[in-house]
Write a protein that binds this ligand. Sequence first.
Ligand code: URA
Ligand code: URA
Length: 196
Amino acid sequence: MRVTEMDKLRDEVEHCTKCPLYHSRKQVVFGSGNPEAPIFLIGEAPGFEEDKTGVAFVGKSGQLLEKILLACNFNREKHVFMSNIVKCRPPQNRVPATVEQAACLPYLEKQIELVHPQIIVTLGSTALKGLFGENLRITRERGNWKLWQNYLVMPTFHPSALLRNPNLKRDTWEDFKKVIVKYREIVDQNHFCKYI
Ligand code: URA
Ligand code: URA
């Protein structure tokens, strides 16, 4: 099989010791999906299930994300690549520290460069701040298209926030509807979604 740039990056990240999180991780969670996907989803960090399996978004948040993607008629293998601000689980699922994020961000930037998506969706506050800086507020930015290095970015809530507060589901669905509309505009005008 042909070894791609993404394979090489994965190998590098899987051996990373650039921040203290490597001490406590079971597995690195590099990210998964189509390495040429039109949509790149960015979460915060692996949780318990992801650390155990090495696969992004397989726990409770991931299952809710899966439902949202299905409602959009997007699937993990074809339409999206998903990864996180940091690739190793922070103990007790705490928010990754500034030094941890700084050590890991170059990997995410490289992933984005390799996937070269048409649309990026940041999930939650940590992903938003990770790309755009600490002073941004998810409640203010969500639902509005932003540009990061010429990439179109839709910030929305993290699925774990929806699990804690189901009232946020309505806004999140509005945000994903904007993603579908944009996807039709710039990727596939025939993309089917029975809701919109
Ligand atoms: N939450 C995230 O932000 N990322 C995962 O991969 C799983 C849960
Ligand atoms: N706080 C977060 O960390 N994420 C959200 O999506 C909303 C509030």
